[in-house]
Design a protein around this ligand. Structure first.
Ligand SMILES: CC(C)(COP(=O)(O)OP(=O)(O)OC[C@H]1O[C@@H](n2cnc3c(N)ncnc32)[C@H](O)[C@@H]1OP(=O)(O)O)[C@@H](O)C(=O)NCCC(=O)NCCS
Length: 168
C-alpha cells in the first residue's frame, strides 16, 4: 500500500469512498473538499484507491494544519490505512512548519475518535483556535465551523508521539 498525493484521475474513486463514508452535509462537504484540499492524500493498493485524507495548512506567525476528512473504503477498515494517512499528513504539516494540527470529529464517531487518539490527538477546548490565532481566527474559523456535536482535537508536535510514549 502506498500513500501519495491525489491526481485528477482519482476523483471518481474518491467521490465513491466519500459518499459511502459520510452522510448528509458531511458527504457534500467531503466531496466538495476534494477540489480544494492540500494536501489531498490517497491510499492506493494494487492499483485501487482505498482511502483519502483532506487537509489544509494555514500559514502565519504560527502555522497550523487541519484535517478535514479522512475516510477508508468500508471493506478495508481496521488495517492501519487511516493511521497511515493521518501519519503522513502529520509528517507533511510538521515539515511545512506547523506547530499543531487540528481536527473536528463528531462526538459519537467512535472509530474516528479512536483513530485520532491513536495518532496522538487529544481533545482541545473549543476556544483553542481563537486563543491561538486571535483576529486571524476569524478567517480560520470560517473554514472550520464547529457544530455543537463535534469535538475539537489537536495534535501538538512537542507532545510525545503515542509510539515514543510507549517506549517504541
Ligand atoms: C475513521 C476511519 C477513517 C478509520 O480508518 P481505518 O483505516 O479503519 O483505521 P485504522 O485501521 O488505521 O485504525 C487505527 C486505530 O484507530 C482505532 N480504530 C479505528 N477504527 C476503530 C473502530 N471501529 N473501533 C475502535 N477503534 C478503532 C484503533 O485504535 C486502531 O488501531 P488498532 O487497529 O491497532 O487497534 C474509518 O473508520 C472510516 O473511513 N470511517 C468513516 C469516515 C469517518 O467517519 N471519518 C472520520 C471523520 S473525518
Amino acid at each position: 500500500m502506498i500513500i501519495r498525493e491525489a491526481k485528477d484521475t482519482d476523483r471518481a474513486a474518491l467521490e465513491r469512498i466519500a459518499r459511502e463514508s459520510f452522510t448528509g452535509a458531511y458527504a457534500l462537504f467531503a466531496v466538495r473538499g476534494l477540489r480544494r484540499a492540500k494536501p489531498l492524500l490517497v491510499a492506493e493498493e494494487g492499483g485501487s484507491l482505498i482511502g483519502f485524507l483532506e487537509g489544509k495548512a494555514f500559514r502565519g506567525r504560527s502555522s497550523i494544519g487541519y484535517v478535514y476528512f479522512v475516510a477508508v473504503d468500508s471493506r478495508m477498515r481496521r488495517r492501519g490505512i487511516g493511521r497511515r494517512l493521518v501519519g503522513e499528513a502529520l509528517r507533511r504539516f510538521e515539515a511545512g512548519g506547523a506547530t499543531q494540527v487540528f481536527a473536528a470529529v463528531t462526538r459519537d464517531n467512535a472509530s474516528s475518535q479512536a483513530l485520532f487518539a491513536a495518532s496522538g490527538f487529544r481533545e482541545a477546548p473549543r476556544g483553542a483556535l481563537w486563543r491561538l490565532f486571535r483576529w486571524r481566527a476569524f478567517r480560520v474559523r470560517l473554514r472550520m465551523v464547529l457544530a455543537p456535536h463535534e469535538v475539537l482535537l489537536v495534535r501538538t508536535f512537542t507532545d510525545p508521539s503515542p509510539a515514543s510514549a510507549q517506549g517504541a
